[in-house]
Write a protein that binds this ligand. Structure first.
Ligand code: HEM
Length: 449
């Protein structure tokens, strides 16, 4: 008995030594890239849990350790950067295209297996399948939806006039959800009882929150722990609601095949029509089809709603810029009243474009992009990132990096995007949609919307 317990202790110690040895390259990296190690086995996960405003807490780490630091989330080493050169190396590297397995599992478990959560050749294949849905001609075909929804939103905003302060984010998320469901699923959710009572949007938010939590604390992906913490129940409910939304839409589309001779090419290429085409040909399973649609709606509506919300907030905070936007609108649409905006009109709104970019610079809707190295990656500063390292491109702090944007990096100033100013800024210092092959699939859609 005595012997066997000693044996177990010896096996445990050997296993621990092997574990440390197999990770020696991460520990060696700590000698070259500094950062807070946090607590054993927990790393700095606790900070993320305690400190909900983790933007500010990451800012403090950057101040202390510089624009690239190495830290630990649980037992996972994470390199975080807001340094444009390093960001460029990472986003352009073919060996840094995937998200970590833990992040992908978290997304797949809650939202389904869409583009966002696929890795390697599976991602390449799916991205190829979905890219045509975001081509210029498809996006232009959505202009009537954008115009119609803009009018509905404006009528709502009119009712707020003279009412004093008002929380606007929920209304903007409702609007962006309606736009996303029409452009992605080809279906207006206006009449859906779960949309009307707010359950659908709440559900998408729960999915996003649970996904983030599972990335920060990967051990909650364990089913027993998730059940004990009540997370499993929330995931089951989220999946049920998602299925209730998607199933009738997909079933309806399965019955009514778009007819090549009757339907225009843009209409045949919308997300839902392509997904259903692949479902019919057996290239996608029903779960994959549902996951793809769900993820595109989730990725699109919250980001769009937040971007419009922050832009309107900046306009309210800085009336001088609001006035300049208004003057430009009066120039481009001198007759006012009830009118539709064309793609050509959008090209004329150069000042509004600068304001939107400046708003996305200060409040990027996606504040960081998580990746993982699939091979060793040599950065241009000579540091080698070992295979299997989690990498986090911190968009929020890259956009406020004073070395890139100057001492007033935190100040709202649309002139940052005047051609003569932006041409002097590092090309990877402004990356609201990320860059490289895995750039946001919907970035052109946003330019039209
Ligand atoms: C202001 C609005 C938006 C912002 C700021 C934004 C930003 C981003 C960012 C930073 C990424 C991560 C890319 C990477 O991994 O390097 C991303 C991915 C993605 N976005 Fe967007 N996005 C926006 C709107 C949209 C819209 C409207 C859609 C679709 C309708 C969309 C669909 C996606 C998808 C599917 C991905 C995953 C792409 C992949 O991994 O292949 N996004 N987005």
């Amino acid at each position: 008995m005595m012997f066997s317990s000693q044996l177990w202790i010896a096996v445990g110690i050997l296993a621990w030594i092997y574990f440390l040895w197999s990770r020696r390259r991460f520990y060696l990296l700590m000698l070259r890239v500094k950062g807070p190690a946090g607590f054993p086995l927990l790393g700095i996960s606790i900070n993320y849990l305690w400190n909900k405003r983790n933007m500010a807490s990451r800012g403090k780490i950057f101040e202390k350790y510089g624009p690239t630091f190495l830290t630990w989330l649980g037992t996972v080493p994470v390199l975080t950067t807001c340094e444009p050169n390093v960001v460029q190396d990472i986003l352009l590297s073919p060996h840094c295209m995937d998200k970590s397995q833990a992040a992908c599992n978290a997304v797949t478990k809650t939202a389904g297996a869409g583009n966002l959560a696929l890795r390697g050749s599976q991602w390449v294949e799916r991205r190829k399948q979905m890219n045509p849905s975001f081509r210029h001609n498809v996006l232009i075909s959505f202009l009537p939806i954008f115009n119609e929804e803009a009018k509905i939103l404006l009528s709502l905003l009119d009712t707020f006039v003279g009412q004093g302060e008002r929380e606007m984010l929920p209304d903007l998320l409702n609007w962006s959800f309606r736009v996303a469901s029409q452009t992605t699923l080809g279906s207006n959710v206006k009449e859906n009882p779960n949309f009307i009572n707010g359950a659908l949007i709440k559900n998408f938010n729960t999915v996003l929150e649970l996904t983030t939590l599972s990335v920060v604390l990967p051990w909650i992906q364990n089913r027993t722990i998730a059940t004990l913490l009540g997370i499993e129940k929330k995931i089951t409910k989220a999946k049920f609601l998602m299925d209730e939304l998607m199933r009738p839409i997909i079933e309806e589309k399965m019955k009514n095949t778009p007819n090549e001779s009757q339907e225009s090419l843009p209409s045949r290429n919308t997300v839902i029509n392509r997904v259903v085409e692949f479902l019919k040909s057996g290239e996608l399973s029903y779960d994959d089809a549902k996951g793809e649609c769900g993820i595109i709606v989730a990725a699109g509506f919250e980001t769009t709603g937040i971007t419009v919300f922050s832009t309107l907030t900046f306009m309210a905070m800085f009336p001088e810029y609001q006035e300049a936007v208004f003057e430009e609108l009066k120039d481009v649409f001198p007759n006012g009243g009830d009118f539709d905006v064309s793609y050509e009109d959008l090209q004329k709104l150069v000042y509004l474009d600068r304001v939107l970019k400046e708003s996305m610079r200060l409040i990027p809707a996606v504040p960081l992009v998580p990746r993982e190295t699939s091979h060793d990656v040599r950065l241009s500063n000579g540091i080698v990132l070992p295979k299997g390292l989690a990498v986090s491109v911190d968009i929020f702090h890259t956009h406020r990096n004073k070395d890139a944007w100057g001492p007033e990096a935190d100040k709202f100033n649309p002139d940052n995007f005047l051609p003569e100013n932006i041409s002097k800024i590092h090309q990877y210092a402004f990356i609201p949609f990320s860059k490289g092959k895995r750039i946001c699939i919907g970035w052109l859609l946003i330019r039209c919307n």
